[in-house]
Ligand binder design. Structure first.
Ligand code: FE
Length: 132
């Protein structure tokens, strides 16, 4: 997939204020407020910044953490990983593999088959319903 790059000004035009704050400035939406938190319809989750396909609905689970959670991305290179030592914690940040937008973090207390919990901001994702 090709790398997508825009200037800060171009991103500001493309995104809502909240999308810009989360995707481009590594913000976090308030827990339990995300639009997609309790969405369990069948479909596909793409990057709100660039449309890159990120997660399938059958990998979404209720983690009770306040953010939409998935146990694996669609493809290994759908996302990228970065060591994040901000706020006095050591976490693994997850960004979009195509545009670099901030999605959330991955933790290793998820369910089988992967044991991973991709804790994502709703605002970084767009849901596309598919007929199952
Ligand atoms: Fe993206």
């Amino acid at each position: 997939m090709s790398k997508i790059e825009y200037s800060e000004e171009e991103w500001k035009e493309k995104l809502t204020e909240e999308e810009f704050r989360v995707l481009r400035q590594k913000g976090t939406e308030r827990a339990w407020t995300g639009e997609l938190l309790n969405n369990y319809e069948t479909g596909l989750y793409t990057c709100a910044g660039c449309g890159n396909e990120l997660f399938k609905s059958d990998t979404k689970f209720d983690s009770a953490c306040g953010w939409p959670s998935f146990f694996e991305p669609i493809k290994k290179d759908s996302v990228k990983y970065h060591l994040d030592k901000s706020f006095g914690m050591t976490r693994t940040e997850v960004t979009c593999g195509a545009c670099g937008g901030h999605l959330g973090h991955v933790f290793h207390d998820g369910p089988p088959p992967t044991g991973d919990r991709y804790c994502m901001n709703s605002v970084s994702l767009k849901f596309h319903k598919t007929s199952d």
